[in-house]
Structures are given as C-alpha cells and as structure tokens.
Ligand binder design. Sequence first.
Ligand code: BEZ
Length: 252
Amino acid sequence: MSDSSQTWSASGYERNARFVSDLGAGVYDWLAPQAGERILDLGCGDGALTQRIADAGAKVTGVDASPDFIEAAIARGLDARLMDGHELTLDAEFDAVFSNAALHWMTRPRDVLAGVARALKPGGRFVAEFGGHGNVAAIVTGMRAMARIHGGDAALADPWYFPTPGEYTQVLQSCGFTVDEIALIPRPTPLPTGIAGWLETFRAPFFAQYGDGKRAEVLRGLEDLLRPALCDTAGQWTADYVRLRVHAKLNS
Ligand code: BEZ
C-alpha cells in the first residue's frame, strides 16, 4: 500500500482490519492461481492472501511500500520486497499480477499500470479489487464536515483513488490492457472495533492535524455524526464499502 502520510502497523492492522484480507476471497477466486505460475501480489500488506496464493502452488512475490508489512510477510516465509507500487521495477516475469485492497492508496493509476504491464508476460492477467466510486462516502463526508466545523485540511479526509468502472476501463485500455470483466460491488462491512478502530487504522493523518488537545473532540463529534447512518441499535458499526473488481489481460 502507498500513501506518503499514511503509516502502517502490522499489529494495528491485525486488530482493526483483518477483515480486509478475509474479504479478498472473491477476487482470489477470480485470480484462480495455478500451481507453478509466477504471480505478483501488488500491495501485499502482511501477506495473508499472498500466503493463500503460495499455498495453491504458485510462485508468488509480494511487494508493498510499508516496511512493517514487508517484515510481517517475510516472517511468514514469503518472498516479499519493499517497493512503491507507482515505481515497479519488475520485467516480464509474471503470469499474473494480483492486488487486493491496495490500489486505492495509489493515486497515479497510469504509473501503477505501466509498471504492471512491464511486470507481466505478454497476455498475462491483471486481477484486482479495491475501493470503487462511492466507497466510504458517508465516512469521508463526515470527516469533511468536521474539517469545516473545526478548521483543518479537508483534503486529508480523502486521499484515495476510487474510480468508476468506466473511468478505470479507459485507464486500463490506454495502458495496453483488454478488460474481460469489471464490476462495482456494494459491500457493507461490519467493523470489529467500531468506527474509531477503522479511523485509527485508515485515516490517522486526518486526526493528527488537530493535535492531542482537540483530536478526541473531533473524533467524538464524527462518531456522533455517523452513528445514525452506520451504527445499528445493537451498537454494531458497518462501513459503507464499495469495491471495484477487475479481470483484464495485457495485450500481446
Ligand atoms: C481498505 O483498505 O479496505 C480501505 C482503505 C481506505 C478506504 C476504504 C477502504
């Protein structure tokens, strides 16, 4: 994953966001890894899904921009390398490039896809799932409202790339891919540690701008604003996730 102001802790991710790799089962099925294939896992995080690909008998390499994640992936015994997804330096080595829940952190998709195209063998497949248009719209709107009320940089509420299927199809085509299938998938996602745990994991830079004195007040205000939309009467928070899933091939 990659975002200059975002840092990752493998233990925080395990506590607050393990569901992200658990929910990667659908895109894993689209990948359908075969024994002996060479597969690149782009934005491999702590390697949970990379491990599944390896268990299927594929020879998998994971790359991620977070040193903490790469350390966790290596600790699983995986081939994992520290690399920014905008600057992939791998050449025609892979039968497939896979990515789950990482591409929304990479805001220059043409640079990413140019690297994916370089990494693939001709005709190789690109199978990915990430945030699509409308993803976490309520949460982002809530943070923007807090920035209006308390002052602060509203841009820190929304550092992500969440394209529509049409927009991403055009980018893929312009980078030399043919799209086999692309779908926007609404996926309300229960949050095991509530909205506070999600915000702590995914948007710490937004709250850091308020400093220790005001951070708790802004967080409480945001929770109050979002509760009617995202928290049920039993106290279960659910994030308004929308995923974009794609299967494409590199033109030969
Ligand atoms: C995710 O990795 O699942 C995610 C990150 C940012 C916004 C929404 C989802």
